[in-house]
Design a protein. Structure first.
Lengths: 503, 515
């Protein structure tokens, strides 16, 4: 047991990498007909990943029970495994699990070859796990690249499809450019500070001015990360990549990849460069405002739901950037926990939306336009209900999770004196009502466009994923919440996030 | 025991409504269950009326529990003489709406379930004593409305419902921003969070232009809901496209929530801003009164005419609110109920007409009184109630409001009193055109009031008479609550118009008495 404590922090990451390799190998040895088993293997491995993350966290709490002379070494092993990293591990593992669940049905329907698909998913996840637990810029960059390479391949997975190829090409070119900029920024920062460790960079800037080279490095890093989170004006790849990617992968990008990219931003801005806040604050504020308004306005005019979701995801990036702009020098945990909470809600709701779409879009994803969903409330009552719930959550109608996420984030940003930006965000939320409601209007208020088609039943896995997403969205609205003391055992998520936000 | 009643009437309809939505429609008992729930809720609210003490000041039957402790958000509900009426009104109207729409053919189960959820949202809004909770219920009542109009509405329903929802949500989000801002101000001053309405009214805000902005932020959502000119543009489309029962709920109860919000939240929070901006707002309400009435004169369709008349009447109520003195607020509370009774009833009558003839265009109707005397009598009764004929309920409220306004400004009173003349003009002209005169559709079967629809309309007519003749049971609850509201919130007793603003001859200034 004691030995396990020493290796426990490496368990989740190790498991993710091993899972990827094992899936890759299995694919070689399994005949084509039996590759359906890969799905089950992948599902089990994703579930194990969640367990492993929880286990390592539990073991971390037992470090103090070790003999005193062993404790320092154990603590050193756990250094990268902060609470915030655990939060992201779990979030990523859940997103991975949901993506595999969606993919199982999807891949069968689209007749896409199995095999490397799941392996790539696991490799992407392991990259993200490196990224969210990295404490220096180099490790961080490596994690980012592992993630990006796998995701590029997944975006172009529908090889026969021209949209997929276009999306991949744009994503790859701009992603490579972003990586180059980021690397250049890291190099300049290293040149200024003489270190790549985030903590040491912070210490360096505490005593020394940032200087022209250092600020150049900061701006380049911000630009590179702007590409990764799809902040305007670095967003142009995202709608095409979202549209081209297979729907489960679109979901994966909108959730896991986005969460990881934000973890990265939170690390760099909230840790390494927090002391030079005055240098990046205005940049982030402008980025945030631009991202919100562009995302919302362009989402409004889309006819294609996938693209609408891409732009809506950009809009959410804008709100999250506003949260980053409220990071302050006191290193307040409230704002971090608000950001994490928002990410959590955003991820679980988006997963539900993409699950539903992956199922409803039909063979070859031919139903992507709003009008294709007319009368869905009659044809697929459950899917339509969950979609409606999630759209209302995105709009921010209480007591759904989306409302509380917005409420919490906005109130924290207000408290940090970002009044104007919050007012702007509210204005943007008003804009967003129209396009989210549009889906609901189409589903319930318009006559069934495809009533003559035979109704296809929803597979159980999909229904389960949908129910889970809806449940999380509802639960998260009440979880912050010791709801009248009536529901025991709902430990307040947010108070937990407060702890998680402590580095 | 009685404190649980409040929780019960809020959450019983919600729970049953959600349950009914989940039940398969083959079961076929939806309407009966929903009606039973509505009856129970009405009984509950009548029991609350019995249990509440008319003499007591402040909130009664309070339930208060921590809800989101680290943000200082409590689940806090209670009732007083003002909310009491809206509670009874809401539960009564929901029941009547169900009676009226009993024989609906399109998905009746869902319709009834949504009505129950709507009731829950409305009751929660009225009873909430915490701003956050208020907001939650405020949004909750919008959702069923969205589906009620969107699924069961007329041909142009989608356009109408989107306009309505985006309009109101825009107001709500600004309201949310204002709540957040006020909350953070409080947090900055005291170091803790609180969203209690009673606590926040004690907050001293620095007298900056920001306060007036905040006042407007708090007012916007309510002004849209009422609606006050020029924020009324969603109303005619929505009222006409929604099914008659939904319009009945919209005009009867939902519009009152806007007034209630102003009364309960906005004005107590910002008495100084009311003093500064009150005159402007009062002028806007006057504009709404006259504008609505003139447009009502020009309408060729009954529903649209009633919609514009609603704008006009609600303008008068809003004027009473902004005048903010004892008599005017008492009048406002009274008139909220009587306007709901009269206009709501008229919308139902128009619905009956539409059902029967397939149109509510005035030029295609005529001479109904000759063949459907009962319909004509009820319609005339409600018309008289609506235009404020003494002896019926409309008169009491209008009189009290005008009395209150007159102690503030004679000019405003004169302008506001125009509503009496104008409403008599358009309503009587309307009845003359479509109830009397030559018969327009003699080949059509004579208009009959179906029993259940009659059962929905008759209580309204009865109420119109009772509330006109015997006001004591109502006013004995209203007066102490209004006194309490006004005394606790040191607002200006009068709207401070510049001297001679409306009166060319300045009134004599009181000279200080020298001992």
């Amino acid at each position: 047991m004691d030995n396990l404590i020493f290796i426990a922090p490496y368990l989740p990451l190790g498991l993710a990498i091993l899972s990827g390799i094992s899936l890759l190998l299995l694919q070689v040895f399994l005949p084509l007909k039996q590759r359906g088993w890969l799905t089950y293997v992948a599902l089990i491995e994703a579930a194990l990943l969640i367990l492993a993350s929880s286990l390592s966290f539990l073991l971390k709490g037992r470090v103090s029970s070790l003999p005193a002379e062993l404790q320092p070494q154990a603590m050193a092993n756990y250094q990268f495994f902060s609470n915030i990293a655990l939060f992201f591990y779990l979030l990523l593992a859940v997103a991975l699990l949901a993506t595999i669940l969606i993919s199982a049905v999807y891949l069968e329907r689209e007749k896409l070859v199995y095999g490397e698909y799941y392996a790539l998913l696991f490799f992407a996840t392991s990259g993200m796990m490196v990224l969210v637990s990295a404490n220096d810029l180099m490790t961080l960059f490596i994690g980012l690249e592992i993630m990006s390479m796998s995701v590029y391949a997944l975006v172009g997975y529908r090889r026969e499809n021209p949209w997929s190829n276009e999306g991949l090409f744009k994503y790859f070119l701009l992603g490579a450019l972003a990586s180059a900029l980021l690397l250049y920024g890291i190099a300049l920062t290293y040149g200024t500070t003489g270190t790549v460790s985030l903590r040491e960079i912070q210490n360096f800037y505490l005593s020394q001015p940032i200087g022209p080279l250092g600020s150049m490095g900061l701006i380049l890093i911000l630009t590179g990360l702007g590409f990764k989170v799809a902040a305007v004006p670095f967003h142009s790849w995202s709608p095409d990549a979202y549209q081209g990617a297979p729907l489960p992968i679109t979901g994966f990008m909108a959730t896991a990849v986005k969460a990881a990219a934000f973890a990265l931003l939170l690390k760099i801005l909230g840790e390494g460069f927090l002391v030079v806040r005055s240098y990046w604050l205005e940049i982030v504020m402008v980025l945030s405002a631009l991202t919100m308004i562009t995302g919302n306005v362009l989402a409004f005019v889309q006819q294609n739901i996938k693209r609408m979701l891409a732009y809506s995801s950009i809009a959410h990036t804008g709100y999250l950037l506003m949260g980053l702009s409220a990071l302050n020098l006191q290193n307040d945990n409230q704002i971090r926990s608000a950001i994490l909470y928002y990410l959590f809600i955003y991820v679980v709701s988006s997963l539900g939306v993409f699950t539903a779409l992956a199922q409803l879009s039909g063979q070859g994803e031919k139903y992507q336009r709003f009008e294709d969903y007319a009368g869905l409330g009659k044809r697929h009552p459950f899917s339509a209900l969950v979609l409606t719930l999630l759209m209302f959550s995105f709009i921010g109608i209480p007591p759904l999770g989306g409302f509380f996420a917005k409420y919490y984030l906005f109130s924290e940003a207000l408290r940090q004196g970002q009044g104007l930006l919050v007012a702007f965000a509210i204005f943007n939320s008003i804009l967003s009502i129209a396009y989210y409601l549009r889906l609901v209007v189409v589903m319930y208020f318009q006559p069934d466009a495809r009533s003559e088609e035979t109704r296809q039943s929803t597979p159980v896995t999909v229904s389960m994923a949908l129910a889970l997403s809806a449940f999380c969205t509802l639960w998260a609205g009440f979880a912050p919440v010791n709801f009248l003391g009536v529901i025991p055992g709902l430990s307040p998520l947010v108070e937990w996030l407060h702890i998680a936000a402590i580095f | 025991m009685s404190a649980y009643l409040l929780n019960l009437i809020i959450f019983l309809p919600l729970a049953v409504g959600l349950l009914l939505l989940a039940l398969p429609s083959k079961l076929g008992l939806h309407r009966q269950i929903a009606l039973g729930t509505a009856v129970l809720t009405l009984l509950g609210s009548l029991a609350i009326w019995q249990a509440s003490n008319p003499e007591a000041s402040g909130l009664q039957l309070v339930t208060r529990m921590a809800w989101i402790p680290f943000l200082g958000i409590d689940y806090h509900i209670g009732i007083d003489g003002i909310s009491l009426f809206l509670v009874v009104l809401t539960s009564l109207f929901t029941l009547l709406a169900m009676l009226y729409s009993w024989s609906l053919d399109q998905q009746p189960g869902r319709f009834f379930a949504l009505l129950l959820i709507l009731e829950s949202g409305l009751l929660g809004t009225v009873l909430a004593a915490n701003l956050f909770l208020f907001y939650v219920f405020w949004e909750l009542m919008l959702l069923p409305m969205f589906f009620l109009i969107g699924i069961w509405g007329g041909a142009q329903r989608i356009k109408a419902v989107l306009k309505f929802v985006i309009y109101t949500m825009a107001g709500s989000l600004v309201f949310l921003l204002s709540i957040l801002y006020l909350g953070t101000q409080y947090q900055a001053q005291t170091g803790q969070w609180s969203f209690e309405i009673a606590v926040l009214t004690q907050l001293q805000l620095p007298p900056t232009p920001m306060v007036d902005l905040l006042f407007l932020g708090f007012a916007l959502a309510f002004l849209i809901k009422v609606p006050v000119f020029p924020l009324h543009t969603w109303l005619p489309d929505t009222y006409c496209e929604a099914p008659p029962v939904v319009t009945f709920m919209l005009s009867g109860v939902m519009a009152k929530m806007g007034v209630y919000g102003l009364l309960r939240i906005t004005l107590p929070l910002f008495p100084d801003s009311l003093a500064r901006l009150g005159p402007v707002l009062s002028l806007l309400t006057i504009a709404g009164i006259i504008y609505g009435a003139i447009l009502a004169l020009g309408q060729v369709e009954i529903k649209r005419l009633l919609a514009y008349s609603s704008i006009s009447h609600l303008g008068l109520i809003a004027l009473g609110v902004f005048t903010w003195n004892l008599s005017s607020i008492e009048g406002v509370v009274y008139h909220m109920v009587s306007h709901a009774v009269a206009t709501g009833g008229l919308f139902l009558m128009a619905g009956v007409l539409e059902n029967h003839y397939g149109t509510t265009r005035i030029d295609q109707l005529g001479g109904i009184a000759a063949r459907a005397p009962l319909y004509a009598v009820l319609f005339m009764l409600l018309t008289f109630a609506s235009i404020g004929v003494p002896g019926l309920n409309g008169f009491v409220g209008e009189f009290l409001i005008l009395l209150g306004v007159s102690s503030a400004s004679a000019g405003l009173t004169l302008l506001a009193a125009l509503t009496l003349i104008l409403s008599a003009a358009y309503m009587l002209w309307l009845t003359q055109r479509f109830l009397f005169g030559p018969e327009a559709q003699p080949e059509h079967a004579p208009l009959r009031l179906p029993v259940l629809q009659l059962a929905a309309i008759a209580p309204l007519c009865l109420l119109a008479i009772i509330m006109g003749l015997y006001t004591l049971p109502f006013t004995q609850h209203i007066s102490p609550a209004v006194q309490n509201l006004i005394q606790n919130n040191q607002g200006p007793v009068q709207v401070m118009l510049p001297e001679g603003y409306f009166n060319p001859t300045p009134s004599p200034v009181e000279k200080p008495v020298h001992g």
